[in-house]
Design a protein around this ligand. Structure first.
Ligand code: PA5
Length: 448
């Protein structure tokens, strides 16, 4: 389960200021727990770890068995934002780094993602891959109307129907969408797809523990029961209303650093390539939840040690606008010991007998001390190891802390009004019916 350490902030903040912000966070905790704050009709995520019925998991396992019987070895998961990042984060974290290259017959289907961009090359090259493989598709859109996944699904659906026939294609497509409304719901009812619901009271970026995340993660071969158990245990631990609650501490410290020290950028720092998409998931969670009313901390990320050789310079000596939250696993599932070399031409014999993970830990500690010296406060979120249980714990910790933090900031964490602006312009430029006035205005603005 998640452990939290804010020792790397102690030299930056006054004890009294921190206590003041803990009190603010405890009031925000009350608002979240009493469900009396803005957006309180979107709090279904709080109890998901215990609400997901075993029967639903068994239905997912039936799909897995069905697709295995058909020989499916490629599952295309279509979705964007909250309808994809949680699943991608979990699958990347839990997969072998070289799973694709090491694939063998009988492995769980490889999961690839689509509908998260409008790149013609991406979708066309996805078709190249699908042509080589035995395919199925999970299409995910809560609203059922988002353009990027809708475009990708139109293309993938046509391909599957052309290749397998309409009936067989319908058995290879599963939809995850709203219970009643939206184009995807209409389509899946008409085509007879197996379909699962994104609950009304769960927003996209809080939906990883609904079918949105759970189904793709299970299809990729990972243990969603353990993931739910990790989230459930964390939920229990975070119920404590006190200053030792790590979610309260995290929410208090990040708001304090922002409000009193002008730290307006939070960098999520990881030391394992498996966590690159954890950072992407986290950035959406905090960016879309807090970046409103011209407020909020800008969520950024680096993956070390690679980024110590790129962004490390800026973090050490650039504008002093940031603090760091480091997410690590305390143990590695593999052991690699550096050997001795008689000639020692690479001058690395001083490391002989050391584990690579020890070097990683020393890089992390050295960076922490250097960054603190350079004026960058640091918090640390750690789990014992990277597995489904601990990932569930990380998901729940950051979701719960995000609710508290946004309420400290005075923001509704559960809407995203700003996302509409680009869509209106895009629809006007694409001449979507109903947007005629906006089309005329935008063409005039760009001089066409
Ligand atoms: O967090 C959110 O609500 C958004 O990021 C959505 O998940 C994203 O816009 C995709 O929406 P939909 O699932 O309706 O296609």
């Amino acid at each position: 389960m998640v452990k939290f350490d804010l020792g790397g902030c102690s030299s930056f903040v006054k004890e009294g200021d921190y206590k003041e912000y803990v009190d603010k966070a405890l009031l925000a905790f009350d608002v979240l727990e009493s469900e009396t704050g803005a957006g309180n009709d979107f709090l279904g995520w709080k109890t998901l770890p215990v609400d997901i019925p075993e029967s639903l998991i068994q239905e997912f396992e039936a799909i897995q068995a069905d697709w295995k019987a058909k020989g499916v070895d490629l599952a295309v998961v279509i979705g964007i934002g909250g309808s994809y990042l949680g699943a991608r984060c979990a699958i990347e974290a839990l997969s072998h780094n070289f799973a694709r290259q090491l694939r063998k017959p009988g492995d769980a289907p490889e999961v690839v993602f689509a509908g998260n961009n409008l790149s013609e090359e991406y979708i066309s090259e996805l078709m190249d891959l699908m042509a080589e493989r035995n395919c199925a598709c999970i299409v995910i859109s809560k609203s059922g109307t988002t353009t990027e996944p809708a475009v990708a699904f139109r293309i993938v659906k046509k391909y599957l129907e052309g290749r397998y026939g309409r009936k067989e294609a319908s058995e290879r497509i599963v939809a995850v969408t709203d219970a009643k409304k939206g184009a995807l719901k209409t389509l899946s009812t008409q085509e007879g797809y197996r379909s699962y619901v994104v609950p009304d009271n769960v927003g996209g970026r809080y939906s990883v523990l609904t079918p949105v995340g759970l189904l793709p993660i299970l299809i990729a071969g990972f243990d969603i029961r353990a993931m739910l158990a990790g989230a459930a245990d964390t939920r229990e631990a975070l119920k404590a209303r006190n200053a030792d609650n790590p979610a309260v501490q995290y929410a208090a410290m990040r708001n304090l650093l922002h409000a009193r020290l002008g730290k307006s950028v939070e960098i999520l720092v990881t030391y394992n390539p498996k966590f690159v998409f954890l950072a992407e998931w986290w950035k959406q969670l905090y960016g879309e939840s807090e970046g409103k009313e011209f407020k909020g901390i800008y969520p950024a990320s680096v993956n070390n040690t690679a980024d110590l050789h790129s962004m490390g310079q800026f973090i050490q000596e650039g504008s002093r606008i940031m603090f760091e939250t480091v997410v690590t696993a305390r143990t590695s599932s593999r052991t690699v010991v550096i050997g001795t070399d008689e000639q020692n031409l690479d001058c690395l014999n001083f490391l002989a007998g050391q584990r690579v993970e020890h070097c990683n830990a020393m890089a992390q500690l050295g960076t922490k001390l250097a960054h603190i010296d350079g004026g960058v406060p640091q918090m640390e979120v750690s789990v014992e190891k990277i597995d489904a249980y601990n990932l569930g714990s990380i998901f729940y910790f950051f979701e719960f802390a995000c609710g508290i933090s946004a309420y400290v900031l005075g923001i509704n964490p559960f809407n995203q009004p700003g996302v509409e602006a680009y869509k209106k312009n895009m629809f006007a430029l694409l001449r979507k019916p109903g947007y005629e006035e906006q089309t005329a205005a935008i063409l005039k603005r760009i001089g066409e």
